[in-house]
Design a protein around this ligand. Structure first.
Ligand code: KIV
Ligand code: ZN
Length: 501
């Protein structure tokens, strides 16, 4: 069996998608889960984008042990310096350089010739030589490049000692057969002792998973992907899909990863809880409907023999077959068991807080599902010192009536209260919060969904707001949708506050 290395780029390419943002703390939380999932490399971000990005990658590098932590840089002196600074405290570090190799991108994006691109790449590698840091080099838009230049660049990069060459289908337009031909040809040209070939596929034609698998079949031994396939434009290859395809066809392909597939369910839930990103129900492996059988004949067959309609067993990707549901009869022990099952380990103070929230919830809701528990815990984990906490609110609204809201917040023991009118109850509540905090937020995006079934379900609000010149995502959950909205708005305010401190 040949080992395939897995690079997760949810924190970098995933974050390039419009609806995904991570605070530095959230990056660390997600990266810790990726370490538990067993990925080999975490593409943590692009430090040259600004001090915040550098700080976020540095936090991941300092706090996450196990996987290699990778930071992106264009072949420019200042970007390489930023990446090196961010990776300073990593247990294992890798710099990820990239440059386009297709004429169309060289001409229209960088306005340089292939010769100039080569010069930049060589200069960057010279800057890195002797720094003792591992380098991965991405040949961007590789599948639209002239073969001659692709080979020239790959050979030159390899001659500088680079051990990982990543071929990117940046525009997601290649076919599996084309990917396969290029990878096996290049591998042959670079020779057995050549660098390890890697693949990075985008999903613009819905073929990113198929293309990644094709590359691995053809000789690549590393792939880049994101959880749920989130990422730039139509997204990236979905990590769980590629891994499960390799697993299902392990004997035939002779390829293995070290991913702990039972962690997929938990990883997706954490991603959803941190970013509010919605996974479509029919998404392979992780969608809500992926293991649901509705057709009677299928159901009967599955009862007799699961493999009739299940090529992947839900338990192998961490879906509990019959989820244990909590209720008002569940005590602290069952709650703690559930937390353990969901992979949380909280300190005593947070555990008390979470259990208290759980007791409050069972007063309002008969059955408590995993999603509810995750929502409670994520809420508790996102509490920050100095944060505003919702203490009370009341709303008045009705047909032909001007909506008003009164909001009471607590900040470090101090009670703060304000009232406001608005175009709707939520607008009125947000304006009251603005009066208390002194910030004026501009709402850019707002979405609401029920986390579970039933009229008593928790409502989850995810919103994007511009506060103090920054775009932040806030998330709030409650059985009352106005309360969930207020909590989401406060979450965004508190993120801005914690970044300031
Ligand atoms: O899509 C792309 O080409 C990239 C590279 C930076 C790997 O994201
Ligand atoms: Zn990409």
């Amino acid at each position: 069996m040949d080992r395939v290395y897995v690079v997760d780029t949810t924190l970098r390419d995933g974050e390039q998608s419009p609806e995904i943002f991570f605070t530095p703390e959230e990056k660390v939380r997600f990266a810790q889960q990726l370490a538990r999932l067993g990925v080999d490399v975490i593409d943590a971000g692009y430090p040259a984008l600004g001090r915040d990005d550098l700080h976020a990658v540095a936090m991941v590098a300092r706090e996450v042990k196990g996987p290699v932590i990778m930071a992106l840089a264009r072949p420019r002196e200042e970007e390489i310096r930023a990446a090196l600074e961010a990776l300073e405290n990593a247990e294992r570090a890798r710099i990820h350089l990239y440059i386009p190799v297709s004429r169309i991108q060289l001409r229209h994006m960088l306005n340089i010739t292939p010769e100039e691109a080569m010069e930049r790449a060589m200069k960057a590698l010279d800057q890195l030589s002797g720094q003792g840091v591992e380098v991965e080099f991405t040949l961007e838009d590789a599948f639209r490049a002239d073969r001659g230049f692709l080979l020239e660049m790959a050979k030159a990069v390899a001659a500088k000692g680079v051990r990982f060459i990543n071929l990117s289908d940046t525009v997601g337009g290649a076919l599996p057969s084309q990917i396969s031909r290029v990878v096996s040809w290049l591998k042959g040209e670079l020779g057995e002792k050549g660098p390890l070939l890697s693949i990075h596929c985008h999903d613009d034609l819905g073929m990113a998973t198929a293309n990644s698998v094709a590359a691995l079949e053809a000789g690549a031994r590393q792939f880049h992907a994101t959880i749920g396939g989130v990422g730039t434009r139509a997204g990236n290859a979905a990590l769980e899909e590629v891994v499960m395809a390799l697993k299902l066809w392990e004997e035939e392909l002779g390829l293995v990863t070290e991913v702990e597939t039972k962690e997929f369910y938990r990883t997706v839930r954490i991603l959803t809880a941190l970013t509010g990103v919605m996974i479509q129900p029919h998404k392979a492996i992780i969608g809500k409907a992926a293991f649901v059988h509705k057709v009677e004949s299928h159901l009967m067959a599955v009862v007799k023999e699961k493999s009739t309609f299940e090529i992947v067993r839900p338990e192998d990707v961490g879906y509990p077959r019959s989820p244990m549901i909590l209720s008002k009869y569940s005590g602290r022990m069952s709650f703690e068991d559930k937390l353990r099952e969901l992979g949380y380990s909280l300190d005593e103070e947070r555990l008390d807080m979470a259990y208290q929230r759980f007791r409050e919830l069972v007063e309002k809701k008969r059955e408590i599902y995993d999603e509810d528990v995750v929502a409670i815990v994520e809420d508790v984990l996102s509490r920050r010192p100095g944060a505003f906490i919702l203490q009370d609110f009341s709303i008045s609204s009705g047909m032909g009536q001007e909506p008003t809201a009164r909001v009471v917040l607590l900040q470090e023991g101090e009670v703060k209260e304000a009232a406001s009118r608005g175009t709707g109850p939520i607008d009125a509540a947000f304006k009251a919060i603005d009066q208390i905090t002194g910030f004026t937020g501009r709402l850019l995006n707002y979405s609401i969904r029920a986390l579970t079934e039933g009229k008593d379900a928790l409502g989850e609000v995810v919103l994007r707001v511009r506060l103090k010149g920054e775009e932040v995502v806030g998330r709030g959950v409650a059985t009352d949708i106005v309360e969930a909205s207020i909590k989401a708005y406060l979450d965004a305010v508190n993120k801005v506050l914690s970044e300031e401190s």
